[in-house]
Design a protein around this ligand. Structure first.
Ligand code: SF4
Ligand code: SF4
Length: 217
């Protein structure tokens, strides 16, 4: 799991926020060569004042889809609320979720500053998404239609494969439905099976399977 560059986790330090407009450029004296982990709490507080952007989202890097079933899986994901997908150069795909961190307090500060995850600490507020444009992002899909439209325009060979795969799957289903009609048992046999089943009183051993995203390689 990883976060894109630069959108990622952020940090808030304990001092109260000082509302101020978001800077659009990196201040020269901020660029002192120090690692983000070396910033003090008050420096973080100043840099993050008035902003909670990176604590309001989660992004998880995913395998770049190639096969038809993989695209179908992300189409399914994008039919869900609050789930988005974006692509960064050269070919990095991310699942993006709008969700506020529970550790963010009412003042827009990290309530566990000092114990907050390393991932948050390593996200540098001097060069974060608040200050620098997200130049690496080449596509952003807020829903399934946006992904399919992009696919058709930018990856026509992949789109064609997806369309053909869907048609083949539907044909398979129709064929299976026709076959199952042909092997229908006579009514008397079904009654006998039902009676035998109710006599055994055996508990059900199969629970319904949950709908989860799986790799099928
Ligand atoms: S742990 Fe703290 S810094 Fe990290 S996302 Fe949550 S509020 Fe933000
Ligand atoms: S200034 Fe940057 S690091 Fe700080 S909260 Fe905003 S996006 Fe996150």
């Amino acid at each position: 799991m990883s976060r894109g560059t630069p959108p990622s986790r952020g940090r808030k330090s304990a001092p109260a926020p000082k509302p101020q407009p978001a800077p659009t450029m990196l201040a020269a004296d901020d660029d002192d060569g120090r690692d983000a982990l070396a910033l003090s709490a008050s420096e973080n507080a100043d840099l993050c004042a008035g902003c909670t952007r990176c604590c309001d989202t989660v992004s998880i890097e995913i395998d770049a889809p190639r096969s038809a079933w993989e695209y179908d899986q992300w189409v399914w994901v994008l039919h869900h609320r609050s789930l988005e997908v974006y692509v960064e150069k050269p070919e990095r795909w991310f699942l993006h979720i709008e969700t506020r961190c529970n550790m963010l307090n009412d003042q827009g500060r990290c309530s566990i500053h000092g114990q907050h995850p390393i991932l948050c600490r390593e996200y540098d507020p001097r060069v974060c998404e608040r200050r620098l444009p997200l130049l690496d992002i080449v596509a952003w899909f807020k829903d399934a239609t946006e992904l399919e439209t992009w696919l058709a325009a930018k990856r026509p060979a992949h789109w064609k494969r997806l369309v053909q795969w869907r048609k083949a799957k539907i044909r398979e289903g129709e064929k299976a439905a026709r076959a199952s009609k042909r092997v229908r048992l006579p009514a008397a046999a079904l009654v006998q099976i039902a009676e035998a089943g109710s006599a055994s009183h055996e508990p059900a051993t199969h629970l319904p399977e949950r709908k989860v995203a799986r790799k099928r390689r």
